[in-house]
Design a protein around this ligand. Structure first.
Ligand code: DGY
Length: 315
């Protein structure tokens, strides 16, 4: 390690471009966050930045006395104890904007795949069943005529709304405060929105405030034609309630890119034919992930050079 370059810790399984750039621009150390206690005091004292691809707890932050910045890979930073970082005056950054279009596109794709059951139709063809059994059965669900409720109308939610509006669908949203820059129908309460729509798209960033917010009552309010699409954080959905709602056909179907205990997906969900399940891939294209990686390292570079962070997380 050279004495004049800042020491940056690569915490968790970081994106290869983050690793490559951090190794080129800083003195890089690699470690599982959980192993921080294994570092010598001298090394821990030298660490000024963390590129985070894992949980960053208060204890972990406290184990690094000279830490200045935690750059989180992802717009969602629920894995970082940002409140504790603030008390230590440690800057936390995330990666907004660079992934909004990708996540919005994928969300629309997931919704279409969920209602038109395209993965099942493809599996049918690949198994040769078109030849032996004839046309794939008609789907009972369609996107036509649906009323969309978006839970979370931030940057990504807005892009989802714009796309679905172009499909000719009417858009409702639930956020804590009404936005003055959109004409979509606002609901102060999630349950009221769920009663007014049949398709709920969840794109809130997770955290304690929204934990299990999509519960049995919200799901039941969507009705028997109801569809849930979840692309924010799994913690927002009461997963056992969702499994029951899908099994009992209280709602018709769900498309999920995020889960409560990733990468573990409950077997009961995997067994359900009316669930379309993806392994958290909404932002997972090469170009978007490279953009996120660059923003992680650019944030580290700016802050450690004494300049403002590019994308600090909201206070
Ligand atoms: C994010 O950026 O928070 C996404 O969930 C990562 O794909």
């Amino acid at each position: 390690m050279s004495a004049d370059r800042a020491v940056v810790l690569l915490a968790g399984k970081v994106h290869p471009r983050v690793r490559e750039r951090v190794e080129a621009e800083f003195d890089a150390l690699s470690i599982d966050a959980a192993d921080a206690g294994l570092l010598s005091d001298e090394t821990r004292n030298r660490i000024r930045g963390v590129a985070a691809a894992t949980r960053i707890s208060a204890e972990f932050i406290d184990s690094l006395p000279n830490l200045e910045v935690i750059a989180n890979f992802g717009v969602g930073y629920d894995a970082v104890d940002a409140a504790h970082a603030a008390t230590r005056k440690v800057m936390v950054t995330n990666t907004p904007d660079v992934l909004s279009d990708e996540v919005a596109d994928t969300t629309v794709g997931l919704l279409l795949n969920t209602v038109r059951e395209l993965p099942k139709a493809e599996a049918y063809l690949r198994a040769g069943r078109w030849v032996t059994e004839g046309a794939y059965p008609l789907t009972s669900l369609t996107l036509r005529g649906r009323t969309i409720g978006i839970f979370g109308l931030g940057r990504i939610g807005l892009e989802i709304a714009r796309r679905l509006e172009a499909f000719g669908l009417s858009i409702h949203y639930h956020t804590r405060t009404k936005r003055s820059d959109v004409a979509y129908t606002w609901h102060e309460k999630l349950i009221d929105m769920a009663r007014a729509v049949d398709t709920l798209v969840v794109i809130v960033p997770g955290g304690a405030a929204t934990e299990n917010a999509v519960n049995a009552d919200v799901l039941a309010a969507l009705g028997e034609q109801g569809v849930l699409i979840s692309v924010g954080r799994g913690s927002t959905i009461d997963e056992p309630a969702l499994i029951s709602a899908l099994a009992d056909r209280t709602i018709a179907a769900a498309g999920l890119d995020v889960f409560a205990d990733e990468p573990n997906v409950p077997q009961a969900l995997l067994d359900l034919p009316n669930a379309c399940l993806l392994p958290h891939v909404a932002s997972a294209s090469v170009s978007t992930r490279n953009g996120m990686a660059d923003l992680v390292v650019d944030n580290l570079r700016e802050w450690l050079a004494g300049r403002p962070a590019i994308t600090p997380v909201p206070e």
